[in-house]
Design a binder for this molecule. Structure first.
Ligand code: IMP
Length: 425
């Protein structure tokens, strides 16, 4: 049985958690491949409301295994909190021995660097994600599997902490990290996490060999991708489809489908260009109505119209063969709905998403105006219940992005979902 990827197609917060929870009923494994607890996934079903940062969104199905792959950076304090809050045991959750650890000094450095940048800050989530990936790339990182060898850690940590403290105190003027505190933490993490630490690529390969469906869970979104996003206003990993292969250790032929999750409009958190941003009272009203505040940081999300230029680009760099559209019901009752079909940059019309963030910042959106609809799409689950206005809007987005819509989300709860075509077929 193949794997299916569910990838954020915009700037994150597209509602991937809800979609994963919905699809997980038919999955053997749900696997996270990138990012860390900078992500925030909300799942609402009969069992309650779950706000997850690290643990995959398949945990509400008792038969589904949840896997945190090597491409993820793991803050064990957060992982243990989520394990305890959700009564997870190793039969339901595994974390790769090759995933890198977010250490306390990474969190300190993330926040000190943002402070140093002042007005030019990126608006990171402050969870230590960037500095943890820096250490991974510079081959100075610690991996989850290394927790299982405390004697070796005891030998290595003094040097690591001394070096980080030089940077923290001498470059940033910050408060040093206490070696003893960090070492004690690693011992606790080792004891509590040991049963969950596994070479998870084997579990994924075996599930695929045994006809199990593997759903690959995205975090953040394509436009925050370190390579393909609006650099430097990006996260430090690859949320795009390429990241799924390196972040889980699986091959491209495993895939039966790659779905892009798009909000019916756009949002962005943190700094960076956002051509379709709606400023002022109109944006504020949508934010309040849609509850667009970050699950991780509580920050107000910036609101914008659907950007089909960015959407088409995102579909290309990910090879989407399905569009999954969320929050459609938020558009109910609007007089008119704008969709950005092209940009004007320095007086020239273009339908290409520019590589350069400064150029994207100068992009003026060229809009197409769609009539709104008065009927409610909230909670609808049948295609026949979809009103003509909403149907036309969806069809137009498909046409502009160049990908077929297979799932529509019509509310935050699991059952508020309209399947137009089976994504897992
Ligand atoms: P970092 O990932 O914490 O380093 O933050 C880098 C950028 O990505 C900032 O603009 C964050 O707001 C943004 N970001 C990181 N994770 C998410 C997410 O899950 N949803 C939306 N934006 C995110």
């Amino acid at each position: 049985m193949p794997a299916y990827a569910v990838i954020g197609a915009q700037w994150g917060d597209e509602g991937k958690g809800k979609i994963i929870d919905f699809l997980a009923e038919n999955a053997a494994i749900i696997a996270r491949y990138s990012g860390g607890n900078n992500a925030g996934h909300t799942v609402i079903n009969d069992a309650g409301t779950f706000k997850l940062h690290l643990v995959p969104s398949g945990i509400c199905w008792p038969h589904t295994m949840n896997v945190i792959g090597n491409g993820v950076v793991v803050d064990p304090d957060i992982l243990l909190k989520e394990i305890n809050e959700n009564n997870l045991d190793p039969s339901r959750l595994a974390v790769s021995d090759r995933a890198h650890l977010i250490m306390p000094y990474h969190i300190t450095l993330d926040n000190l660097e943002e402070e140093r940048r002042g007005d030019a800050k990126l608006g990171t989530t402050g969870r230590g994600v960037g500095p943890a990936y820096v250490d991974k790339v510079s081959r100075q990182g610690l991996r989850v599997g290394e927790l299982l060898d405390p004697e070796d850690l005891a030998l290595r940590l003094p040097d690591i902490i001394a070096f980080k403290n030089e940077i923290i105190t001498k470059i940033y003027g910050g408060k040093p990290i206490e070696l003893e505190e960090v070492f004690e933490k690693t011992k606790l993490w080792a004891t509590e996490l040991a049963p969950y630490i596994q070479p998870v690529e084997n579990q994924i390969a075996e599930a695929l060999e045994n006809d199990g469906k593997v759903i690959v869970e995205g975090a953040q979104g394509a436009l925050l991708d370190l390579d393909h996003g609006t650099y430097p206003f990006v996260t430090s990993s690859n949320p795009t489809v390429g990241g799924t292969l390196t972040g889980l250790g699986m091959g491209p032929r495993s895939y039966g489908g790659v779905g892009g999750v798009f909000k019916a409009y756009c949002t962005r958190v943190g700094a960076g260009p956002f051509p379709t941003e709606i400023h002022g009272a109109e944006g504020d009203a949508i934010r309040e109505q849609a509850g667009e505040f970050g699950v991780t940081t509580g920050r107000a999300r910036r609101i914008g119209w659907f950007d089909a230029v960015a959407g088409r680009y995102s579909a290309r760099v990910n090879g989407f063969d399905a569009m999954i559209i969320t929050k459609l019901d938020i558009l109910d009752g609007w007089d008119e709905i704008k969709v950005c079909v092209a940009y004007e940059i320095d007086g020239v019309r273009t339908e290409q998403f520019p590589v350069d963030a400064a150029m994207l910042d100068r992009a003026k959106p060229i809009y197409e105006i769609h009539p709104g609809w008065t009927e409610s799409t909230r909670s609808i689950t049948e295609e026949s219940q979809l009103n003509d206005g909403a149907r036309a809007y969806i069809r137009r987005l498909e046409e502009l992005v160049g990908v077929k819509t297979k799932i529509l989300s019509t509310g935050p709860r699991r059952e508020e979902t309209l399947v137009l075509e089976d994504f897992l077929a």
